[in-house]
Write a protein of this length. Sequence first.
Length: 137
Amino acid sequence: MKQQTLTKGEMQVMNILWDMQRGACVADIQAQYPEPQPAYTTVATFLKILEQKGFVERRKSGTGKLMVYSPLMTRERYRRLVMDDVKRTFFGGSVASLVSFFAEEDELTQEDIEEIRCILQKRKERFIQIERTAFSV
């Protein structure tokens, strides 16, 4: 699939499909929107675009003409593609620069900092364990 980003409207549809964890028809997706819900044709248009972009597949339901749409990419995979693009485009591919940006620009609480510290410590421990395993072989 050619890497493409999603518009806000397309992202809303994808989030609904990902949250539903199953294929859904246009009416099912429309029903998941908060009020005021978009028109049926608006949701159908987003799904057509998402299918053209390669993010969803369409198939006939077991009975009748009803079409069911399912995501072709997980939320995690899409998040990874977008964040890799942001890292490469805005931070020269540097994770440290990306993290530094958010550390400086966002108002981090002490709780946020501690949570980040724990994440990094766990990552460091996994890295050390991998290194020990590689050298013991």
